[in-house]
Design a protein around this ligand. Structure first.
Ligand code: DAT
Ligand code: MG
Length: 139
């Protein structure tokens, strides 16, 4: 599979704190092209499905309720080496450990409310993108 796509969500904390514009600016300046985008809100059911892989983790309930607590921005991004380069741009899961200048270091509040999602593999980017977008919404 071609490794030139990843999937992201600007999470409810960052949307609520007014950081959509600043985060999109970082993404675009980072060399990513937006090939799909929507402003939406997950139900608890949908957030539970999206994070199904984390079902057994102790923070799953908290994660599902946080991710369905307010609107998000979902997007598919294109760039060479998209998955790895985007993980570098967003920084570590725990913002207190994220490198200076990364999106999580700049905008996240905590390990749970950490501003942004980035896929962990090309295969998952494909699955996650299709969770939100039909073929008519991907460019
Ligand atoms: P990432 O989002 O960096 O890929 P992950 O896939 O391990 O991290 O976890 C998914 C999300 O779950 C993460 O963005 C925030 C939440 N999370 C992870 N570890 C957590 C923890 N120890 N306590 C609370 N929430 C956590
Ligand atoms: Mg992950």
């Amino acid at each position: 599979m071609k490794d030139n796509k990843t999937f992201t969500m600007i999470k409810p904390d960052a949307v609520g704190n007014g950081h959509i514009g600043a985060i999109l600016d970082q993404i675009i300046k980072g060399g990513f092209k937006i090939t799909a985008m929507k402003y939406t809100k997950l139900t608890e059911q949908k957030a539970g499905e999206f994070y199904e892989v984390h079902k057994e983790r102790p923070f799953y309930g908290e994660l599902v309720s946080f991710m369905s607590s307010g609107p998000i921005v979902a997007a598919i991004l294109e760039k060479d080496n998209a998955v790895d380069d985007f993980r570098k741009l967003i920084g570590a899961t725990d913002p207190s450990k994220a490198d200076k200048g990364t999106i999580r270091q700049l905008f996240a509040e905590s390990i749970g409310a950490n501003a942004i999602h980035g896929s962990d593999s090309t295969e998952n980017a494909q699955i996650e993108g299709s969770f939100f977008f039909s073929s008519l919404e991907k460019f």
